[in-house]
Write a protein that binds this ligand. Structure first.
Ligand code: NG6
Ligand code: CA
Length: 510
């Protein structure tokens, strides 16, 4: 008996450390949740009082909340390009907001964020909004056949997505290369230049709209599900989505992917449709906020995050999963549909204390919420003002996995993994961002390049940041960019303009 006990003890003591080592050495799952158009002031953890986002806030409470985190750009396509390639989007032509029939803009031979994870042995997935183009350069997409290039070719093992935005045709889901539910007797065609077919349009049949378009915004081409879209489509009647179901469809695909990969490390790029226009919450959330449809979809988004957190617990993988929540650009109230977002905001400040919003060179366009939780590693309840940018994900994770990045790859991505995980409050020292104008932030100073053009974008009532004169702000004292100090500090203006120019000319900043 004694001998058995002794040998069992030996066995136990040799096994335990190995098991423990395995457990701590196992690579973490990483979930990057990319909300659409969520502003710096839209979450309760960032000061919102008219709406509550307890599930998203929980990520910060149990982890870290960043106050100085950024996207590269004030609109969607360039921000996503920066996130996934580690390259400033303005270095490549054609990275502005893309139509739904655009070609893929990420070169397939380049390193991308998901490829860093693939190289580390992860299973990767892109679920949700794509908006980075599909298919070969300059070749018209045939929606009725497998689509040659997209998320799968840029580093994602699995993809379930829609091509562009929910206000743009085609209004279909794609799994890997194939439009879901294709009917060969009702082929899909798409056009952005001219009307095709004879389906009703928002312009000709406004009486058929359940969500009217705002005047002068467009959004009045083919009507799908009672909503006028940007662009025309015909066919694919059975394949078209119902807007009210989009959040649930993407969530269930994300949950499926997590379940299937619970035993191996995975990277999930979960790119929400919320809170982009058209804001069409499911009946579960319709009318549940005090701010109309925009508030309702904020609640729906928060619920979605709650479901993801629940799923992590259920699968027993919460401890070793890094979950990050951020947004692709700043907020906008009227972005094309008469959803009463402006009238019902009632004191809610979507950009918080920041000036501008989506489309703007001011902070409101590109300083975004960023919350991260990784129970095994990040201490709970931290708040960090480290300067970090989504473009840094590629170099940061490459560094984490000990991968070397070639000089010509991810040229603007910096390794700030220690800041991202709350080990230091030092991030990058400088960052170039893009509204209409480019700006450079160095430490606490921000310089915005002179740019002609309207100071206010009339359609959305956003302050663009355009100014024919240089602008200089001291963000440490003036986060709201109210006092232009360019005249007071001409030497600083000159130095910052020169640094912006140097980085632009050199083709890389890392
Ligand atoms: C704009 C659309 C806007 C939205 C945006 C893209 C008009 C007048 N406005 O061009 O509604 O779709 O593009 O948003 O067409 S983003 O978040 O994907 O960048
Ligand atoms: Ca967006």
């Amino acid at each position: 008996m004694k001998r058995i006990c002794f040998s069992l003890l030996c066995l136990f003591s040799t096994l335990t450390p190995t098991l423990q080592a395995q457990k701590t050495q196992q690579k973490p799952n990483v979930i990057f949740i990319y909300a659409d158009d969520v502003g710096y002031g839209d979450l309760s953890s960032y000061g919102a009082t008219k709406i509550a986002t307890p599930n998203i806030d929980r990520i910060g409470k149990e982890g870290i909340r960043f106050t100085n985190a950024h996207t590269t750009s004030a609109t969607c396509t360039p921000s996503r390009f920066g996130l996934l390639t580690g390259k400033y989007p303005w270095r490549q032509k054609g990275t502005g907001v893309l139509p739904g029939d655009a070609s893929l803009i990420i070169p397939t031979d380049q390193l991308t964020l998901p490829k860093v994870f693939q190289n580390a042995g992860y299973k990767t997935a892109s679920i949700g909004k794509w908006h980075l183009g599909l298919g070969e350069n300059n070749k018209q997409i045939n929606w009725n056949e497998p689509i040659t290039k997209g998320p799968n070719e840029t580093g994602f093992d699995y993809a379930y997505f829609f091509p562009a935005t929910s206000d743009r045709v085609p209004t279909v889901f794609i799994e890997n290369h194939e439009v879901q539910g294709l009917d060969k007797d009702d082929p899909i065609t798409v056009d952005y230049a001219k009307k095709i077919g004879n389906e009703p349009t928002g312009l000709e049949n406004p009486d058929l709209l359940k969500l009217p378009a705002s005047p002068n915004h467009g959004h009045n081409n083919t009507i799908v599900n009672g909503i006028g879209r940007i662009g025309w489509m015909t066919g694919g009647k059975q394949t078209r989505w119902t807007d009210e179901e989009i959040a649930h469809v993407f969530l269930s695909k994300a949950e499926q992917f997590m379940e299937q990969n619970r035993k191996n490390p995975f990277f999930l790029y979960f790119s929400l449709n919320d809170i982009h226009v058209p804001r069409m919450p499911s009946s579960q959330f319709k009318g549940k906020s005090q701010m109309g449809l925009r508030g309702d979809v904020i609640l729906q988004m928060d619920w979605t995050i709650g479901e993801i957190l629940k799923k992590l617990d259920e699968l027993g993988i919460a401890q070793n999963t890094l979950i990050i929540f951020s947004s692709d650009n700043g907020p906008v109230l009227d972005d094309g549909y008469a959803d009463k977002a402006v009238a019902l905001a009632a004191g809610h400040k979507p950009a918080g204390a920041l000036r501008g919003g989506k489309y703007s060179a001011f902070e409101g366009g590109s300083r975004v919420p960023w919350l991260a939780r990784w129970p095994q590693v990040i201490k709970p309840g931290m708040v960090s003002d480290a300067l970090i940018c989504q473009i840094d994900m590629t170099a940061s994770f490459a560094n984490y996995f000990g991968q070397k990045i070639e000089a010509n790859e991810a040229p603007d991505s910096f390794n700030v993994i220690d800041a991202m995980l709350g080990k230091t409050k030092t991030g990058r020292t400088k960052l170039i961002k893009q509204g209409g104008a480019l700006s450079i932030t160095i430490e606490n100073w921000k310089y915005i390049e002179p740019r002609e053009g309207k100071a206010i974008q009339e359609l959305t009532n956003t302050e663009t940041g355009n100014n024919p004169m240089p602008q200089l702000y001291d963000l440490s004292k003036d986060l709201g960019e109210k006092t232009n100090l360019a005249d007071k500090y001409p030497t600083k203006v000159k130095a910052m303009a020169a640094e912006l120019e140097r980085i632009r000319e050199s083709g890389r900043s890392r």
